[in-house]
Design a binder for this molecule. Structure first.
Ligand code: NAD
Length: 270
């Protein structure tokens, strides 16, 4: 991948995950800088990965080819207004990983026709197993799209969407999704503990069942998920009885409603 000079504004979990993936995949650490007001997180990233650390957002952004906006959405307007005073974005690529801040809003904040890619990663990026959705408006060149995709491939898989609304759909299907699985696993662990297993054993049972199921899905790319389910469900057997409870309680409808709620919230934030 091309090695452009890249600056992260914000040194939180997600910036840290991307920096870790980049450095581990061979991106030169001396081409990466990370900015945040407090030293705690950025200095930890600097110590761990050898990247530059600074409190000077504007100075770092000015010197960079690529600016990754990785602050919380509610901080974004203030951070961008301060950057805009000093930095000419016309020759830079801007990447935003924030939910709920639209391309139109970034153009208002940083300049018309901004060269921007919106990225929606998820927390498994922290362990290199992320799923990121990417959207770029038409002014973004193919070279910049390729660069953005390669960057996020350092922390997992990527999926391009053709419309900005698609980013909200990625939020529902992947961005927020780890928490759906955590909730499910939490409920299973609690029931396993009620059955008498220790917390540790209950967690191991659930964790291994989940990662085993996920590995089986990954190893069977041509098998529909419904087939994998049917393969382990004999009529009248134990799995059949368990799944009947889920279908009687309309699990698919619940999942659909939950994903729609995530989309509605993302739309409200824009
Ligand atoms: P975080 O709270 O861990 O990190 C935010 C960082 O911004 C901190 O390092 C903070 O010091 C820094 N910051 C605050 N004010 C600043 C300023 N004025 N200038 C520079 N830095 C400043 O948050 P996070 O979980 O890493 O999330 C960052 C972004 O990623 C958010 O916009 C969030 O929507 C997005 N995102 C997060 C996830 C997730 O699962 N964590 C998933 C997808 C997208």
């Amino acid at each position: 991948m091309q090695h452009r000079k890249i600056c992260f504004i914000g040194a939180g979990n997600m910036a840290g995950a991307i920096i870790s993936g980049l450095v581990e995949s061979g991106y030169p650490a001396n081409m990466i800088s990370v900015c945040a007001p407090s030293t705690t997180h950025r200095d930890a990233l600097a110590a761990k990965y050898g990247v530059q650390s600074s409190s000077d957002n504007n100075g770092c952004a000015k010197a960079a080819d690529v600016v990754v906006l990785s602050v919380k959405p509610q901080m974004m307007a203030d951070v961008c207004k301060a950057l805009q005073k000093d930095v000419d974005f016309s020759d830079k690529l801007v990447l935003s990983i924030a939910a709920g801040v639209s391309v139109a809003r970034f153009c208002e904040l940083l300049g018309d026709n901004l060269n921007i890619v919106r990225i929606m990663p998820n927390t498994p990026s922290l362990v290199g197993q992320g799923m990121s959705g990417l959207y770029a408006p038409e002014q973004v060149s193919q070279a910049d799209r390729d660069y953005s995709g390669e960057l996020m491939t350092a922390v997992g898989k990527i999926c391009w969407v053709d419309t900005e609304e698609g980013i909200n759909h990625v939020i529902a299907a992947a961005g927020s999704a780890p928490a759906y699985f955590f909730l499910f696993m939490e409920a299973m662990q609690a029931e396993a503990q009620r059955l008498g297993f220790s917390a540790e054993t209950a967690r191991m049972l659930v964790e291994q069942a989940a990662s085993g199921a996920s590995a089986l899905v990954a190893a069977s790319p041509d098998t529909p998920l419904s087939q994998l389910r049917e393969n382990v469900t004999s009529k009248g057997g134990t799995t059949f009885e368990a799944l009947k409870v889920f279908t009687d309680r309309q699990l698919p409808e619940i999942v659909s409603e939950a994903m729609q709620a995530a989309i509605t919230r993302a739309q409200e934030m824009e």
